[in-house]
Design a binder for this molecule. Structure first.
Ligand code: GUN
Length: 283
C-alpha cells in the first residue's frame, strides 16, 4: 500500500484564492489589509521566508511592508518600532520573523505586539485563548496542519494523535488544536522514553522536531496519517522533513511531502490571519 499524499501546494492555492476574493471585497469597501514583516539580522533561511511572505501577500492583494533591521538593532529600538506599528491604522498584522539575535528577548518582543495584530498567534493572549478554546489568532503552522486534516475529511474525534515536538510555535499549539477537535493527544519530546513505542500507537503523527529521518517506517502504524512539519536539509542540501518519506510512504495511509506539504499551508494561513485581522478592524 502506498500512502495518499496530502498536497499542500494545491490546498494552499485554493486557500489563497479564497483570501484574494475576500480581500477584494474589503478593498471595495475602502479597506486594504496591511501586513508588516520585520526581519532583524540576516539569517539566510529567514530571508527566504520573509520574501515568500511578502510575495504571497502581493498575490492576494494584501499590502505588505517589509522592514529589514540590522543585526545590531537593540531590543529597545525594535520594541519602539513595534509600538509605532501597533498604532498604525494601515497595518492590521505584525510579524517579527524568528529567530531573533541573541541579545533580544524574543518573548518580550512578541508580547509587545498588540494581540489583535499578532497574526503569528504567538502572544500569550492568543496562546491562552487557544488553550481555553476562545477565539484568537492561531499559529500558522499547526493551523495549516488542521486544515490539511480537514481537507482529507479525517475525523479526529476519539483518535490518538501523537505530536513529536513541544515548541511554542508548533508542538504546543498543535496539541491544543487536536484536543479541541476531540483527539486523545500525546506530546513527545527530546526527553520522552520509548519514543518509537508511543508513536507506534498513533492514528495521527505530527512530527515537528527538526531532526531529519527521526520518524522511520517501523514507528508508524499501518494506515496512520503522517504530518511532517520538519524543514531540514539532507547531505546534498535538499529540503527534507522529520519523516523518512522513502519508507514511511509505504506504511502510512496519508502523508504530507516535504517540500510541498506543511510549508505552503503555513504561508497560506498567515494570509488568512491577516485577512481576519483586517476584517475585525473593518467592523
Ligand atoms: N520562524 C519559524 N517559523 C516562524 C513563524 O511561523 N513565524 C515567525 N514569525 N517566525 C518563524
Amino acid at each position: 500500500m502506498t500512502a495518499q499524499r496530502i498536497d499542500g501546494n494545491a490546498l494552499a492555492r485554493v486557500t489563497r484564492e479564497q483570501v484574494r476574493a475576500e480581500v477584494a471585497t474589503l478593498k471595495a469597501r475602502g479597506l486594504t489589509p496591511g501586513l508588516a514583516v520585520l526581519l532583524v539580522g540576516d539569517d539566510p533561511a529567514s530571508q527566504v521566508y520573509v520574501r515568500h511572505k511578502v510575495a504571497d501577500s502581493a498575490e492576494v492583494g494584501i499590502h505588505s511592508l517589509l522592514e529589514r533591521l540590522p543585526a545590531h538593532t537593540t531590543q529597545a529600538e525594535l520594541l519602539a518600532r513595534i509600538e509605532q506599528l501597533n498604532a498604525d491604522r494601515s497595518i492590521h498584522g505584525i510579524l517579527v520573523q524568528l529567530p531573533l539575535p541573541k541579545h533580544i528577548d524574543a518573548q518580550r518582543v512578541i508580547e509587545t505586539i498588540a494581540p489583535h495584530k499578532d497574526v503569528d498567534g504567538f502572544h500569550v493572549a492568543n496562546a491562552g485563548a487557544l488553550a481555553v478554546g476562545r477565539p484568537g489568532f492561531k499559529p500558522c503552522t499547526p493551523y495549516g496542519c488542521m486544515k490539511m486534516l480537514e481537507h482529507i475529511g479525517y475525523s479526529l474525534r476519539g483518535k490518538h494523535a501523537v505530536v513529536v515536538g513541544r515548541s511554542n510555535i508548533v508542538g504546543k499549539p498543535m496539541a491544543w488544536m487536536l484536543l479541541q477537535a476531540s483527539a486523545t493527544v500525546t506530546v513527545c519530546h527530546s526527553a520522552t522514553a520509548q519514543l518509537a513505542t508511543v508513536v507506534r500507537q498513533a492514528d495521527v503523527i505530527v512530527a515537528a522536531t527538526g531532526i531529519r529521518n527521526l520518524i522511520t517506517a517501523d514507528m508508524v502504524a499501518p494506515g496512520a496519517v503522517v504530518i511532517d512539519v520538519g524543514m531540514n536539509r539532507d547531505d546534498a542540501g535538499k529540503l527534507c522533513g522529520d519523516v523518512d518519506f522513502a519508507t514511511v510512504q509505504y506504511k502510512a495511509g496519508w502523508i504530507t511531502p516535504v517540500p510541498g506539504g506543511v510549508g505552503p499551508m503555513t504561508r497560506a494561513m498567515l494570509l488568512v490571519n491577516t485577512l481576519e485581522a483586517a476584517q475585525a478592524a473593518a467592523t
